[in-house]
Design a protein around this ligand. Structure first.
Ligand code: 5AD
Ligand code: FES
Length: 362
């Protein structure tokens, strides 16, 4: 293997940071051999911080109405073939009830940017969940909102917020989004969320149209600077009703490579093996965990709406009941030597000595 590549991986493992040019070098020089070199390092760090635990998040897709028109996304407002739905507060709470019995202690409320869920209603939903389940964390993934709105939702009890930055390169951002959307506002949102005190997650799609090693290097440099608590990365997958329908999907290999790099960069980060990764390869999520991820997010949405929350084609698990997904993932994780835990699964910014000791036994 190229000795410069090897020394960069060693330095990333030791110092957890590289320059943007060095990140670009890593991205350009991925090889099977380099993957073999980085994977055990990423696994080792992941085990030091999180042992063999895999955190589960119950995903509740509460609305597929969206005011935005992102070019890659199947629920964009101009997709007239998309059949629209919103869950009521009662339906959302029912999903939480099902989830609690299945051992979920984090609920992720994800939806399009739907004005029906104004601050008053969304705060009401968050506080109803927190009142019923004070031992659970609530993560919101509800897009761009005002600082005041983020503050009110935080005060209502929301613990975490996921807002993928999508790309840290302004020009690339403009190619993925219509002119009415703004890169600066996206960044403003992320910094507001962090300042308010949320455990904050950013992230991007691997292999999105117009992505280059340079734009990916700026993603890594941004993640390095921003130091998120969570980072969602998964392959881009085209959706038939979007302007990007003929673009090719991101690859398994590149996604795994980036997961391992991010694990070395941010040892503590909560890193999901995403549904999109499970969609492009039957063992995608298992491979994601083995590359350094430590979170899976099975679906808790009612089966009747699952197919309608279709960000990309052929999304997996759209016909399975929550319990089936939960059991399926338990088996999948056990098959690779990991175990799903019933735990809020907060970020661990300090290395646990217990996990350090466990490592020898693993
Ligand atoms: N392929 C993969 N991921 C997608 N997302 C949206 N559309 C697609 C697609 N076609 C991701 C975006 C968004 C998250 C909720 O889903 O990164 O932030
Ligand atoms: Fe949903 Fe396997 S995780 S069926």
């Amino acid at each position: 293997m190229d000795s410069l590549l090897k020394s960069l991986i060693d330095r990333l493992e030791e110092k957890h940071t590289l320059s943007p040019d060095e990140y670009a070098f890593l991205i350009r020089n991925r090889s099977a051999e380099a993957m073999e070199y980085i994977t055990p390092k990423a696994q080792r760090i992941r085990r030091q911080y999180y042992g063999n635990s895999v955190y589960v998040r119950g995903l509740i897709e509460f609305t597929n109405l969206c005011r935005n028109n992102c070019l890659y996304c199947g629920i964009r407002r101009s997709n007239s073939s998309c059949s629209r739905y919103r869950l009521t507060k009662e339906q959302i709470l029912e999903c939480c009830d099902t989830g609690y019995d299945l051992g979920f202690r984090t609920y992720v409320l994800q939806g399009g940017e739907d004005a029906f869920f104004d601050d008053t209603y969304l705060c009401e939903i968050v506080s109803a969940i927190k009142t019923r389940y004070p031992d659970c964390a609530v993560t919101l993934s509800a897009g761009e909102r005002s600082r005041d709105s983020y503050r009110r939702l935080f005060d209502a009890g929301a613990d975490r917020y996921l807002l993928r930055h999508e790309t840290a390169d302004r020009h690339h951002y403009e190619k993925l989004h219509p002119a009415e959307m703004s890169f600066d506002n996206r960044m403003r949102c992320l910094y507001d969320l962090k300042e308010i005190g949320y455990q904050t997650g950013c992230g991007f799609m691997v292999g999105s149209p117009y992505q280059t090693p340079e734009t990916l290097a700026s993603d890594l440099a941004f993640i390095d600077r921003f130091s998120p608590d969570m980072c969602g990365i998964g392959p881009f997958i085209p959706h038939r009703d979007t302007p990007f329908k003929d673009c090719s999907a991101g690859t398994l290999e590149e996604t795994l490579w980036l997961l391992s790099i991010i694990r070395l960069m941010l040892p503590h980060v909560l890193l999901p093996a995403t549904t999109a990764l499970g969609t492009i390869h039957p063992l995608g999520r298992e491979k994601g965990i083995l590359a350094g991820a430590n979170v899976v997010m099975p679906n808790l949405s009612p089966v009747s709406v699952r197919k309608k929350y279709e960000l990309y084609d052929n999304k997996i698990c759209t016909g399975d009941e929550a319990a089936e997904c939960r059991n399926c993932l338990t088996r999948r994780m056990e098959a690779i030597g990991y175990r799903i835990v019933t735990d809020r699964g907060d970020v661990n910014r300090k290395q646990s000595s217990l996990n350090g000791k466990c490592e020898a036994a693993l």
